[in-house]
Design a protein around this ligand. Structure first.
Ligand SMILES: NC(=O)c1ccc[n+]([C@@H]2O[C@H](COP(=O)([O-])OP(=O)(O)OC[C@H]3O[C@@H](n4cnc5c(N)ncnc54)[C@H](O)[C@@H]3O)[C@@H](O)[C@H]2O)c1
Ligand SMILES: O=c1ccn([C@@H]2O[C@H](COP(=O)(O)OP(=O)(O)O[C@H]3O[C@H](CO)[C@H](O)[C@H](O)[C@H]3O)[C@@H](O)[C@H]2O)c(=O)[nH]1
Length: 329
């Protein structure tokens, strides 16, 4: 059985929808930002917090867990600058408890959700895993600290892990049944689509004076199902005892500016956006674009969906969700 911590969240719920086709799955989630209705009905769901040692011990004693996928965290870059305590306590402190219980119960396989925010301000146009890690926010720092803890545990306690540095997760499941649902929503693509769907008055661009071709920040958007598939490949590799420990970027290798994203959303939906320019947001590097060559070479992962497919899938989810009404989840 695979334990998915944070499996009721955006990325975790998409992973679970794919993973249940291959493995028995138990999801634990405190529902602080996730939604139980996003969890596939073929997975076991238990509400609880990964910082709660006795809760975890009960779970590990009751289920035959052979690997952990760890998505549970707070992940808003701007919020982490204002409330670092929340980020270090949950992202680092609670992860320590999860690792403690994993080791106690002899569970030696871990897949961890890290982030491009570990790189800080990039010194290269395309970032590979050898790029220096100098995070500029408590969020990025908290994820880097966990990466380092995991690497030390791997050396000392034979923990086998993959840490994935996701770039910007986006899009929704092909079924249209689940998608991104954060409250408040802070991510660019869902904000633009909510506006175009008529549930938000306008879109604000956070700064148009960056050192990029059109002055707005560039990001590498990667479809959430492509991320899910990378997890499944990594899990298979870990369970087969192949590559024991690794850090991999997950991105498409192409950067899109905030303005380009807004224009692409307008083109694909046929709706014109009402846009204004606001001040820069705390902790935003100008450009974050991945090289994912390492995982391509080592595990054969290549992303299958481009920016248009990402936006179309997210739009389908927004239409579906709107038709269900906002109180359904
Ligand atoms: N969304 C992105 O673009 C992105 C990019 C890079 C990295 N990440 C990382 O990927 C992971 C998932 O991100 P997401 O966008 O799905 O976020 P999310 O907020 O939708 O999901 C996180 C889930 O973890 C749960 N959770 C949080 N703290 C918990 C705790 N102490 N105990 C139990 N459950 C807890 C939440 O309720 C939620 O369901 C996070 O670790 C995030 O840092 C996300
Ligand atoms: O209303 C908005 C929302 C966002 N943006 C801009 O759009 C870009 C993308 O912002 P998102 O909030 O969608 O994503 P982030 O790049 O801030 O962060 C995401 O990717 C990071 C890694 O790249 C982290 O891992 C983080 O967890 C994850 O949320 C940024 O330049 C942001 O300033 C706007 O201009 N207006």
């Amino acid at each position: 059985m695979i334990l998915v911590a944070g499996g009721a969240g955006y990325i975790g719920s998409h992973l679970v929808k794919e993973l249940v086709k291959k493995e028995k799955v138990i999801v634990i989630d405190n529902l602080s930002t996730g939604h139980q209705k996003m969890v596939d009905e073929n997975a076991v769901f238990v509400k609880g917090d990964i910082g709660d040692k006795s809760f975890l011990e009960e779970i590990f004693a009751s289920f035959p867990i052979k690997a952990v996928m760890h998505f549970a965290a707070n992940s808003l870059v701007g919020e982490s600058v204002l409330h670092p305590k929340k980020y270090y306590e949950n992202n680092v402190g609670s992860t320590m408890t999860l690792l403690h219980v994993m080791l106690k119960y002899g569970v030696k396989h871990l897949i961890f959700s890290s982030t491009a925010a570990t790189y800080g301000i990039p010194t290269a146009g395309i970032i590979d895993e050898t790029h220096p890690t100098l995070p500029i926010t408590p969020y990025g720092q908290s994820k880097l600290m966990v990466e380092q803890i995991i690497q030390d545990y791997a050396k000392a306690y034979d923990l086998r892990f993959v840490s994935f540095r996701y770039f910007n997760a986006a899009g929704a499941h092909d079924s249209g049944e689940i998608g991104e649902l954060h409250s408040p929503e802070t991510h660019l693509i869902p904000i633009v689509l909510q506006h175009l769907a008529g549930v938000r008055k306008k879109v604000s661009i956070f700064g148009d004076d960056y050192d990029t071709p059109d002055g707005t920040c560039m990001r590498d958007y990667i479809h959430v199902t492509d991320i899910a598939n990378a997890h499944i490949l990594a899990l298979e590799s870990l369970l087969e005892g192949n590559r024991a420990t690794a850090i991999y970027n997950l991105g498409n290798g192409q950067g899109y500016s905030v303005k380009e994203i807004i224009e692409t959303c307008e083109r694909l939906t046929g709706v014109k956006a009402n846009v204004d320019v606001f001040e820069r947001r705390n902790g935003d590097p100008a450009r974050l674009v991945a090289s994912s060559k390492k995982i391509e070479q080592e595990l054969g992962w290549v992303p299958k969906r481009n920016i248009e497919q990402i936006i179309v899938s997210a739009w389908k989810w927004h239409q579906h969700h709107k038709s269900l009404g906002t109180t359904i989840l």
